[in-house]
Ligand binder design. Structure first.
Ligand code: GDP
Ligand code: IMO
Ligand code: MG
Length: 454
């Protein structure tokens, strides 16, 4: 028997660090010629900034590829959906003039639904912890938790008659309400009857977009050689298995988890593009070896006279969360994490965004640095250690210094248009990570990307 096809046709975009690398931008760029664009993991914890007709919008659930009128966009089975946010997002896109949103958007019936009690639980679990994760409080963890205990409610369940939905919600909320009661949170205890009525209505609004055969959709796309783009959410170090557990999200957001969430098999993959910025950022708690000091306390910028290096990077790169508006922690580029990520992500190419910004930052700081190895347990190492919980030590970065201070003209469209100093920075990233840099971001717009022959 002959195989249908030797090679897949899907481009998978995955975050290489702690999120907010500019996945939305590069995915939208790839979606320009795509047939199908899929979100596979996470929920409204993600905030993916795209620019449509010169206007910026941060999308939380709908793939950015929706802005191109030939695309079909799928919200896949790995995504947890807050229907209120989704309905608002559909409306916002329609108001922006994006054509036929409801016709082109498909939602798998298997996607789990985020209810208000999940958000209350998110806050409650955080309050129990000595070291909170610093979640987005979007109810992500508790919704996946209900999926695991098999009391979750999916879009399919939302569409059942309201009385049946009420019964399902009753079962789901029983342990949660006991927990709320035990913590004097009677005020947020969920009322199955009210929720069933309200959420059934949301289900009905989403019904026209229900996709009953999501595996068939991707299978046909594969066989017919259609162009598929997958918009990863979150990132390598936020993956619940391989990331900085417990300071992670509650999904598997590396390549393999994203494929499952997006209804794809490994055979359907053409290329994996790992996205990073030319500096690093993290929002929420957890280890961040190259983090620089900044005037941030309790997720707020506090007033200061003299900025620290971290303040300079944050302000130049506008590092404020697209979902929560929290100031992001920032640091110099860590190439060691990417060297560690290369094989587990199956990285084919790197996209480095914010090459414009790091040039400007270099002007302000006099130079920029890159972490190319760590000192850990008294030794020089070239990978991210797995046992930092055991040793209690966060690896110390060893830096190489670069001139920085370059200006990349916004009109630059080829690699030749980039200053030599910036090329040296890119070359060093390739040497340390072993991943070719094919895409270079020089601004927030979809067109602000240089594609290079590698
Ligand atoms: P995502 O979650 O990975 O999609 O990234 P976010 O949208 O949360 O954060 C990325 C931020 O960087 C957004 O504000 C983008 O508009 C911006 N951005 C992306 N690429 C570039 C770039 O190459 N240069 C500049 N200056 N900004 C960029
Ligand atoms: P995108 O797709 C940055 C972080 C949160 C917190 C941890 C757990 O825009 O890159 P959660 O609410 O998921 O339980 O929070 O994960 N986090 C992100 N940080 N970008 C994201 O998404 C994130 N999604 C979750 O800040 O530290
Ligand atoms: Mg983001």
């Amino acid at each position: 028997m002959k195989q249908a096809k030797a090679k897949g046709n899907a481009i998978i975009v995955i975050g290489g660090k702690w999120g907010d690398e500019g996945k939305g931008k590069i995915t939208s760029r790839f979606s320009k010629n795509a047939d199908i664009v899929i979100r596979g993991t996470g929920g409204a914890n993600a905030g993916h900034t795209i620019v449509y007709n010169g206007k910026k919008i941060a999308l939380h659930l709908i793939p950015g590829g929706i802005m191109y009128p030939q695309t079909t966009c799928l919200i896949g089975q790995g995504v947890v959906i807050d229907p209120k946010i989704l309905i608002e997002e559909i409306k916002a896109l329609e108001e922006m003039g994006v054509p036929e949103v409801k016709k082109r958007l498909k939602i798998t019936g298997r996607a789990h639904i985020v209810f208000p009690y999940h958000k209350d639980l998110d806050g409650l679990y955080e309050s129990f912890k000595m070291d909170p994760v610093g979640t987005t409080k979007r109810g992500i963890g508790p919704t996946y938790m209900d999926q695991d205990t098999r009391s979750g409610i999916r879009l399919y369940e939302l569409l059942q008659p309201v009385e049946e939905l009420e019964q399902l919600i009753k079962v789901a909320i029983t342990p949660h309400n006991q927990l709320f009661r035990a913590n004097n949170m009677e005020g947020v205890m969920a009322d199955a009857h009210k929720l069933a009525k309200e959420y059934h209505q949301y289900g009905e609004l989403l019904r026209p977009m229900l996709e009953r055969d999501p595996d068939g959709l991707t299978s046909r796309a594969y066989k017919e050689g259609k162009r598929v783009v997958v918009e990863g959410a979150q990132a390598f170090r936020l993956d619940k298995f391989v990331g900085d557990y417990p300071d992670v999200t509650s999904s598997n957001c590396i390549t393999t988890g994203t494929l499952l969430g997006a209804h794809l098999s490994h055979k359907m993959v053409d290329k994996v593009i790992v996205v990073v910025k030319a500096h690093d950022s993290r929002v929420g708690n957890g280890p961040f070896p190259t983090e620089l000091p900044a005037h941030i306390a309790n997720d707020q910028v506090i007033s200061y006279d003299e900025p620290y290096e971290g303040d300079i990077i944050r302000e130049n790169a506008h590092e404020y969360g697209a979902t929560t508006n929290r100031p992001r922690r920032v640091g110099f580029f860590d190439a060691v994490i990417l060297a560690t990520a290369k094989d587990i992500l199956g990285a084919d190419y790197l996209c480095i965004n914010h090459m414009d910004t790091i040039g400007e930052i270099g002007k302000k700081l006099g130079s920029v640095k890159m972490c190319t190895s760590y000192t850990y347990q008294g030794k020089l190492i070239h990978h991210y250690p797995d046992d930092i919980r055991l040793t209690g030590e966060i690896p110390t970065p060893n830096y190489e210094e670069f001139y920085g201070g370059w200006t990349i003209p916004s009109t630059a469209r080829s690699y030749d248009d980039i200053p030599e100093t910036a090329k040296e920075y890119i070359k060093r990233i390739e040497e340390v990570t072993g991943i070719p840099v094919k895409y270079i971001g020089i601004g927030p717009d979809n067109e602000d990307i240089i594609e290079r022959d590698v």
